[in-house]
Design a protein around this ligand. Structure first.
Ligand code: FE
Length: 279
């Protein structure tokens, strides 16, 4: 039987990628961000030890063009290439998948009335490629198989926060029904507060972000009741990506044990990290 061994919420700010590749880990601007991931990376490698990770992220128009945007899309491949976001590929190994577990989850979700798009070909962009190396070391390849789940947080109408939370609950059921042995982690990425266009360009709300981190741990139902407009008004239009953290939280037990939490907001985007274990 498979089981959920870790739940993680993480930002996926694109500028982290080049800073990571240039190894700017000790520079004052980046150190608080990179240091925040160290305990979680260690905990995943030494204690949680997942074989597979359900990676909830959004595609930023890199693989899904805006003429066809699936609300929820699950990859069922054995490997995933990086999407080219205009700067070529980053020096990272090809992402390995787990087609058997992916197909099983796809089938269970659809029979559970989540009509996801099933992708036998999928390229992954910074939504996935930024957090992945922050969470797992990759000398000689990734130590974990990735099951990408793309959520539309780009083109309205978006799925509701509640729908994302329920999807997480359905993913837990699917994982626990899998007949093979797997230790499965789930990560919800995106946010935190930011707005990258218009009059409120650069809008940051660290207070909202800290409150979100409190509630995702202790009262996720309250977050699941929020509507897009409230999140966007408080924390910036692109902060609506945070609904993807609720997929992760829905897959965990109602009470969780906090493993680690970090927050850093130097410029235009609140960068958060939180890691849980089932209580
Ligand atoms: Fe994003």
């Amino acid at each position: 039987m498979a089981k959920i061994v870790a739940g993680i919420g993480s930002s996926h700010v694109p500028s982290i990628g080049p800073a990571y590749d240039a190894k700017r880990f000790e520079e004052p601007d980046w150190k608080p961000l990179f240091d925040g991931y160290k305990p979680v990376k260690r905990w995943l490698a030494e204690e949680a030890r997942p074989d597979a990770i359900v990676f909830v992220y959004n595609d930023h128009g890199s693989d899904f063009a805006l003429d066809r945007v699936p609300t929820f899309a699950l990859g069922v491949c054995d490997e995933y290439q990086q999407a080219d976001e205009g700067f070529g590929s980053r020096p990272l190994p090809v992402v390995t998948g787990d087609a058997d577990l992916s197909w099983f989850i796809a089938k269970e979700l659809i029979y559970d009335e989540f009509d996801i798009t099933v992708c036998q070909e999928m390229k992954v962009d910074h939504g996935l490629m930024v957090p992945l190396p922050l969470l797992f070391s990759h000398q000689g390849g990734w130590p974990v198989a990735v099951i990408p789940l793309a959520v539309n947080v780009i083109q309205h109408p978006l799925p509701t926060a509640r729908r994302c939370f329920r999807l997480g609950q359905a993913i837990r059921k699917a994982v626990e029904a899998y007949p093979g042995r797997r230790r499965v982690a789930i990560v919800g990425t995106g946010g935190m507060s930011h707005q990258l266009h218009g009059e409120r360009f650069g809008h940051l709300n660290p207070e909202f972000d800290q409150h979100w981190l409190d509630l995702i741990e202790n009262d996720p139902e309250r977050l699941a009741n929020m509507n897009h407009r409230d999140i966007m008004a408080a924390a910036g239009a692109e902060a609506v990506e945070l609904i993807m953290w609720l997929v992760m939280r829905g897959a965990m037990t109602p009470k969780v044990r906090l493993v680690h939490r970090n927050y850093y907001a130097p410029m235009t985007t609140g960068m958060g990290l939180i890691a849980f274990q089932d209580a």
